[in-house]
Design a protein around this ligand. Structure first.
Ligand SMILES: CCCCCCCCCCCC(=O)SCCNC(=O)CCNC(=O)[C@H](O)C(C)(C)COP(=O)(O)OP(=O)(O)OC[C@H]1O[C@@H](n2cnc3c(N)ncnc32)[C@H](O)[C@@H]1OP(=O)(O)O
Length: 153
C-alpha cells in the first residue's frame, strides 16, 4: 500500500515529515479509498491522567492524516501518482473533533480517513480514531487547496 508521505518531497510538516527530527512522523497508508495510520503514543503524550492520551495530540494526528488523505485523493482524481507533476497541497481550514471515549495511552491509535466530498477548492474528510474496538474520536475536516508554493513560503 502507498505511504503518502514517502511520495512527497520538500515536506517539513511536524505531523508527518520523515525529515522533521521533532515531529510525529506519522505514515498514512492509502488504498485508493481509505487512508489508515497507526500511531503509538508515548507516556509523555498523556492528559491529566497518565493513562489517557492528550486531546491535542489526538487532534494533531487526525489533522495531519486527514490532510494527507485529501492530498492523495486529489492526485488520484487527476489520474496522477502522488507527488508526480505539479504539486498538490491542501491545508486545514476547519477541524471538528468529537472526543467520544478516553484513549488509553497504551494505544496504538488507529486512524481511518476518507474523502466524503471533493470540490475544486476544498475537500471534506471524515476520520475515525480507534484504540482496539473503541471509537475514541471522530472528526470532520475541511481541507482547502492552496498553491504548492505554500510549502516553500
Ligand atoms: C510540500 C509537501 C507538503 C506535504 C504536506 C503534508 C501535509 C501537511 C498537513 C498540514 C496540515 C496543517 O496543519 S495546515 C496549517 C494550518 N492551517 C492553516 O494555516 C490555514 C490558514 N488559513 C488559510 O490559509 C486560508 O484561510 C485558507 C487557505 C484555509 C482559505 O483561503 P481562502 O483564499 O480564504 O479560501 P477561499 O477561496 O475563501 O475558500 C475556498 C473554499 O474553502 C472554503 N473554506 C475556506 N476556509 C474555510 C474554513 N476555515 N472552514 C471551512 N471552509 C473553508 C470556502 O468556503 C471555499 O469553499 P467553496 O466555495 O469552494 O465551496
Amino acid at each position: 500500500m502507498t505511504i503518502i508521505q514517502h511520495q512527497m518531497s520538500g515536506n517539513h510538516c511536524f505531523g508527518c515529515s520523515p525529515d522533521n527530527p521533532h515531529g510525529h512522523h506519522i505514515e498514512s497508508r492509502w488504498d485508493g479509498q481509505v487512508a489508515t495510520c497507526t500511531f503509538q503514543p508515548q507516556t509523555w503524550h498523556c492528559a491529566g491522567s497518565p493513562n489517557f492520551v492528550y486531546g491535542g495530540l489526538i487532534a494533531s494526528v487526525i489533522d495531519c492524516h486527514s490532510i494527507c488523505t485529501a492530498i492523495a485523493e486529489a492526485y488520484q482524481r487527476e489520474g496522477r501518482a502522488i507527488g508526480t507533476g505539479d504539486g498538490i497541497l491542501y491545508v486545514t481550514g476547519h477541524l471538528d473533533i468529537r472526543y467520544l471515549a478516553a484513549a488509553p495511552i497504551a494505544g496504538p491509535l488507529v486512524l481511518a480517513a476518507r474523502v466524503t466530498e471533493a470540490g475544486a477548492r476544498k475537500s471534506l474528510v471524515s476520520c475515525d480514531l480507534h484504540v482496539g474496538e473503541t471509537l475514541c474520536a471522530q472528526a470532520e475536516v475541511v481541507a482547502v487547496k492552496v498553491p504548492a508554493s505554500w510549502g516553500d513560503a
